[in-house]
Design a protein around this ligand. Structure first.
Ligand code: GUN
Length: 315
């Protein structure tokens, strides 16, 4: 991947900040995700050739949430594409907590499966925290278990949450400088906001940043967003971040996936991010599009985590 092109127009008298502008580069998450899958496919094919066991991932789905069904199906398909052993357990919506705990426990003990994923949300009568905590942390490829969250916070090797890990991977593959840069995160969810803050603050390559986490209690959000060298938005509000809220040359990572009505579309809507892409792309150095930016990285990193769990504990 090439770096960002910064152009400075020289005039005879002086160089003013206004003379600097950026050729914006799109961060192509779809392409990077394909690259990652190809890399993993090669590794897994080497394992097969040498007669070794391959990594295995089990996805557990409870109930008939349509979006969850689609997610689980695409996770299974991605595994099959690259040679990961994949199994999907579909349980009825009235499955008891105990039944689900027993199933998780069965896969905790099954040496053919190195990753266990329980698709969220779970039906209301099941305690999600209890289920997540029942997964062996070594097989917790979602990186949601408190052991993995804690290990990340204190800078130990951990299975990291997939979307945040995917964001760091994009920064890495596009060679975007992060050391000492101000990363401003909008959103404090356990799945994206908090883990990406904990990744970017680590003393490691493609992190080592100064991190600010903003959320709904910020009285003047743009006070913070204007300071960002790298702005990561994960709030789920369509085109909420506008051009006037960011500085020239900012790197934009848009995690939002929002539907907005669009009568010109067959299905009546289009998908947009948290960021006003058309306006901000005139001002930023890099930007992730929606769709095709961060989104495809989540499954790619899930596969990478499964491979990592396999190598560490099951190879
Ligand atoms: N539901 C929505 N996103 C996710 C995810 O990344 N992992 C799991 N387990 N459930 C989800």
């Amino acid at each position: 991947m090439t770096g960002c092109v910064k152009i400075i127009l020289k005039n005879k008298r002086s160089l003013k900040p206004a003379d600097t502008f950026y050729i914006m580069q799109i961060i192509d998450g779809k392409k990077v995700a394909v690259e990652i899958k190809e890399e993993l496919k090669k590794e897994i094919s080497k394992l097969k050739q040498s007669g070794k066991k391959v990594p295995g991932l089990v996805a557990i789905l409870v109930g008939d949430n349509h979006a969850s069904q689609i997610y689980v199906k695409s996770k299974g398909k991605a595994c099959e594409q690259i040679g990961i052993l994949s199994k999907t357990e579909i349980l009825p919506a009235d499955t008891t907590e105990e039944e689900l705990l027993n199933l998780v426990n069965k896969y905790n003990k099954d040496s053919n499966f190195h990753g266990i994923l329980v698709q969220l949300p779970l039906p209301a009568h099941i305690n999600e925290d209890k289920i997540i905590e029942s997964i062996n942390p070594e097989k917790d490829v979602d990186g949601f278990h408190p052991v993995n969250v804690g290990r990340l916070v204190i800078g130990k090797d951990a299975l990291r949450s997939c979307t945040p890990a995917g964001i760091q991977e994009l920064l890495k593959r596009y060679k975007i400088e992060t050391k000492g840069k101000h990363v401003v995160i909008v959103g404090r969810s356990n799945i994206v906001g908090k883990p990406i803050a904990n990744i970017m603050v680590q003393k490691e390559e493609f992190a080592n940043s100064i991190v600010t986490v903003c959320h709904s209690a910020a009285e003047d959000l743009s006070y913070f967003t204007k300071q960002a060298d790298i702005l990561i938005s994960a709030i789920g509000k369509a085109e909420f971040i506008t051009k006037d809220m960011v500085k020239e040359g900012v790197v934009i990572i848009d995690v939002g996936i929002n539907r907005v009505e669009d009568a010109s579309k067959k299905n009546g809507y289009r998908v947009v991010g948290d960021v006003d892409f058309n306006a901000i792309s005139q001002k930023c150095s890099y930007i992730t599009p929606v769709p095709g930016g961060v989104g495809p990285m989540t499954i790619a990193m899930l596969l990478k985590n499964t491979f990592k769990a396999y190598q560490k504990f099951g190879g």
